[in-house]
Every structure is written in C-alpha cells, then in structure tokens.
Ligand binder design. Structure first.
Ligand code: FAD
Length: 393
C-alpha cells in the first residue's frame, strides 16, 4: 500500500478527495491532515467577521469519503520524506499540499501587533468578538473613535469585509442600543482606486453604494505603519493619521507559512510554482518532486494565454482539486493523464447581504441579482460537499 497524504481541508483538498476513484483505495492508504476537525468556507470568512452567517463550518468526517483516514493535527514543516506536525510525524509516498493562505503584512511595521487579519474561521470569530467588545467599550467611554473601524485594503476581501461590517454592525448596534449613525467605517487603499479586478463601470457602482452607506474611502494612501488604534499613511508626499477603535488587515495574502518554513521547497511569498500537472517546478530539489502536488493558494500557476499567474481564488482551488483527484486516480490506475486547464467562470463581490457587483464572461452585473448569483455559487459548493442536504442549508 502506498501512503498518500493530503494537507489542509479547504476547497482544493476536499475537491481532490471527492474526485478520487474508489479503486485508488485498493492501492493506497489516503490520509488527510488538517488543523481543525471542521471544514470552513473560506470565501465567507468576512460574514463570520460581521457575525452575519453562522453556517460556515462542517465536520470534516461528514464530508470526506469513508475510506479516507482523518488526522486532526497542525503541520509545521514538510521535508523530503515526512510531514512534521505538532503531535506526530507522518511518512508519505505521495503528497498533496492544500494548506491555503495566510495574511501578508508586506513587512510593514506594527501590522502584526496592532491590526487583525482574516485568516481562518477561528480568527474570524475572534475578530467578531472584538467588534462586539468595541461597541461595549463605546457604551462605557462614549469615545466616538471606539466606533471607527478601519479596514486596510480595498481589494476583493477588504470590500466584502466592509459590506459584512455594514450589516453586522447595524445588528449589534440595534441589540446594544447604540446609534448606528455614529459608526464610521474607513477603507484605506494604497492604489488610486478600489477593486482593481473589475472594470471602471462596476467599480464606480461599488463606490457609489459604499458612499451611500457612509463608508469613507481613503484611496492613494500608502500604509507606512500601524500603531495602537492608529494607521499612519503617506498621501501625496505627506503623512496622514487615521485613528480608530479597531484595525482590520485585508491588504493582501500569501501562501501558508509552512511552505516558507519548509526548506525542502523553493518558494516565493510562501507559494511554490507548479506546472500544468500541478507539480512543483523551479525547485532546488527538483528531482525529489515527482510525487508531490500543490494546489490552491499555496501554488502559483501561469495562465498560458497571458503568461501571468492566476489570481488565488476558491474557484481555481476547486478546479485544481477536482482535476488532481481524477488525474491522480488515473496515474495510480495506470491510465493517461491530461494537463490542467482553467477558464474563470467570473467573479462576484458582495457588499453586504443585498448588493454585489460581478463580471461573468463579458457581462457586468450588479445589485440584488448579482447578490443572488453569489448565493447560488455558494450553494454549489454546499451541494458538492453535502449533496442535496447542502441545498437546504
Ligand atoms: C474574505 C474572503 C473572501 C473571499 N471571497 C472569495 C470569492 O468570493 N471567490 C473566490 O473564488 N475566492 C474567494 N476568496 C479566496 C478563497 O477563499 C481562497 O482562494 C481559497 O480558500 C483557497 O483555497 P485552498 O484550498 O487553497 O485553501 P483553504 O480553503 O483556505 O483551506 C486551507 C486548509 O488548510 C488548513 N490549514 C491551514 N494551515 C494548516 C496547518 N499548518 N496544518 C494543517 N492544516 C492547516 C485550514 O484549516 C484549511 O482547512 C476569499 C478569501 C477571503 C479571505
């Protein structure tokens, strides 16, 4: 029996396991190692932060094939022949790495100490508790800066987080009898505009929506450092200070730090470059990579049409996992293996629970319809992991 070890229980890894051919289990022992005993829906972490969605976690044992052995442990390092975890070491013959993303502070001073990133379900829940405490604190201090929430980063996850905060904070304020009109949400973005992945027409719609909701957009502000309850930026050659009760960091992500810490890999921003079979390339230990696959946010794959790396998304992680499940089964069963190909099905960015903007093919969509489409996309994943039950969640 060969030992197949899969790391992480996110979009990529779960999709991989779901697509394995049942015959693979006659030849291989498949083990999934993940930090938590539940799978969380990473694309909804902003809703956990806002406290507006409490159906985003599912027990791993309930969603993976019965033949897969599940180990609840935290990976610390990957070496040539074993996975070093907090509790034990695990040997492997074949390895699939799907450890996802981690927040990137780009080396900016004070980010780690004074701001809160969004990285996984546990930390998103803690951030939600911080937000609630912040409102409680205001009730004691009556200091209006306690009600100022600063979101660093006006990209996709930053804007989705702001949308969830708008809905969540309104609910918390209502429960705690605090005037929601006193709440201020500020978005700090280094570039001259937000949401660079969308065309101007959609960006303008998003900006109008955000401004109507009272969100302050500080674009063209390069963050120099974070301090206690303060973000210092450079705006047109001058320093400007934003004071606030809570600083949320959504300015960028990189691959999982385990990759960076594992000297076995040659990596860039904790990601490993892979070829169209999702196997590492440009490695110092290239000859040791023939049984290793990296999927999702831990890998960098070039789009052959543009020669640029695909952006990290749940969508591509699922496609890579599904492809690899089939390709790996074929390899084990002695059948032919095709290359991975990918066409994005579009992007939809929610701003709250009733409004979204999206680009689907060449079609620009916005408003409630776009939000409904976003919910359909989410349901599709629930259907994949839970079957029909998922549609009624
Ligand atoms: C707020 C937000 C909104 C987003 N919205 C969208 C969207 O609308 N559409 C979209 O396509 N993408 C979206 N994304 C991006 C998307 O979430 C990621 O690209 C996707 O989750 C990557 O999938 P993955 O399989 O690589 O890893 P993940 O789904 O992140 O899973 C990683 C897994 O590894 C486990 N793990 C991590 N570290 C360890 C360790 N040391 N040891 C063991 N296990 C570990 C985790 O517990 C988890 O199970 C969003 C991201 C954020 C933060």
């Amino acid at each position: 029996m060969k030992n197949v070890v899969v790391l992480g229980a996110g979009y990529g890894s779960i999709s991989f396991l779901k697509k394995l051919h049942p015959k693979v289990f006659d030849f291989a022992k498949v083990t999934l190692i993940s930090k938590y005993d539940y799978h969380y829906i990473s694309i909804l972490l902003h809703e956990v932060v806002g406290g507006i969605n409490n159906e985003t976690t599912f027990l791993i044992r309930d969603i993976i094939p019965n033949q897969v052995c599940f180990v609840n442990d935290e990976v610390v390092e990957i070496t040539q022949d074993k996975i070093i975890c907090k509790n034990e070491h695990y040997a492997y013959d074949y390895l699939v790495v799907g450890l996802g993303f981690q927040s990137d502070d780009f080396g900016i001073q004070g980010v780690k100490e004074f701001s809160f990133p969004i990285e996984d379900f546990k930390n998103a829940s803690l951030l939600n508790q911080k937000i609630v405490s912040q409102i409680d604190r205001y009730k004691q201090t009556k200091d209006e800066s306690d009600l100022r929430f600063i979101v660093c980063g006006g990209g996709f996850s930053g804007i989705e987080t702001i949308g969830a905060l708008l809905v969540g904070l309104k609910q918390i304020c209502l429960q705690k009898s605090v005037d929601f009109n006193l709440v201020e949400i500020v978005c700090i973005e280094a570039m001259l505009d937000i949401l660079p992945m969308f065309p101007n027409e959609l960006v303008n719609k998003a900006k109008i929506f955000l401004k109507d909701c009272g969100v302050k957009l500080a674009t063209g502000c390069k963050i120099l450092r974070c301090e206690n309850r303060r973000v210092v930026v450079q705006e047109s050659e001058k320093e400007r200070i934003f004071d606030g009760g809570l600083i949320i960091w959504t300015a960028g992500v990189k691959g999982n730090l385990v990759i960076e810490k594992s000297e076995f890999f040659t990596s860039h921003r904790s990601k490993v470059e892979v070829d169209s079979y999702l196997q590492p390339i440009a490695q110092k230990n290239q000859d040791l990579m023939k049984n290793i696959y990296i999927i999702g946010d831990c890998c960098m794959l070039k789009d052959p049409d543009t020669n640029r790396f695909y952006p990290p998304t749940g969508q591509i992680a699922i496609k890579q996992g599904e492809y690899l499940g089939k390709a790996f089964s074929n390899r084990i069963l002695g059948l032919g293996v095709e290359k991975f190909t990918y066409k994005s099905q579009g992007t939809v960015c929610s701003i709250g629970d009733k409004y979204a903007i999206g680009l689907v093919g060449k079609n620009k969509i916005s408003g409630f319809f776009a939000m409904r489409l976003k919910r359909v996309i989410e349901k599709k994943w629930l259907f994949k992991i839970l079957g029909l039950k998922g549609l009624f969640k």
